[in-house]
Design a protein around this ligand. Sequence first.
Ligand SMILES: [Zn+2]
Length: 285
Amino acid sequence: MDLVNGYTLMSYAKKNHLVLPAFNTTNYEMTLAIIKAFDEMKLGGYIQISSHNLKLSSPEIIANMTREVMVRENISTPIGLHLDHGKSFEDVKRCIDAGFTSVMVDASELPFDDNIQEVKRAADYAHYFGIPVEAELGGIRGKEDDHVSDVNAKTHPEDVLNFVEKTGCDTLAVAVGNVHGLDLTPNLDFPLMAKVAEASPVPLVLHGGSGIPFDQVRRAKENNLIKVNYGSDLRKAYIKTFGQAYDENHNEFNLYGVAAKGIQNVIETATTIIKEVNVKEVGIL
Ligand SMILES: [Zn+2]
């Protein structure tokens, strides 16, 4: 099947009581591995790429490649293509035009009112094409691609309703002690997350899944969590394959062999995450 629209994917998650993993891709091998992992587990989710990683290719290359793999591999599991940390209106527009099925607008570093304005502008455009929008409120600490954020601003529950209503966002990425990357230790603040969930008319998104113990992700599911992002774990699995190959043989030049092993390692890491996040639901679909 083709990529699935973001709203359809949200309904699928709700109907089946799933938290959808969202895995970051960068290139062909990562994309193929992520799609195969979802399909092997017969549980849907997101492939996503950030504005920063799109500099290595383009929205068009990523969208065309993802759709080609979906059709060629005869995939029957619902998968969406999401723009992660969309840094500008132009990026959001280009990804939607290229065929992405949902987008994130990341203007969380701007003052509150400017964040609202940026998200609303992108949401108005996205909604015209039937595409849902994720926005971020609060600052998620840690390393997101090459960008290091020291902002330690958790999401304020009292801002949530106002923000969601004014922006028209469809999901909300929250800062509740979760962090980007593997350099900092996450410490989820569950009472805060519960307050944010209660105040939010839309489902929540957790960034920085790689460092969070699986039992905590499952617990977070009780707080209207619909999507959890995994970037570092899969990247590490892929990069490690190349490092090990080079360590074993400094004259290694079998790129196909090493890349194929890398794909296998990413599939294994992704399937473990898919199983652990939705442990009760695996096999029931
Ligand atoms: Zn993130």
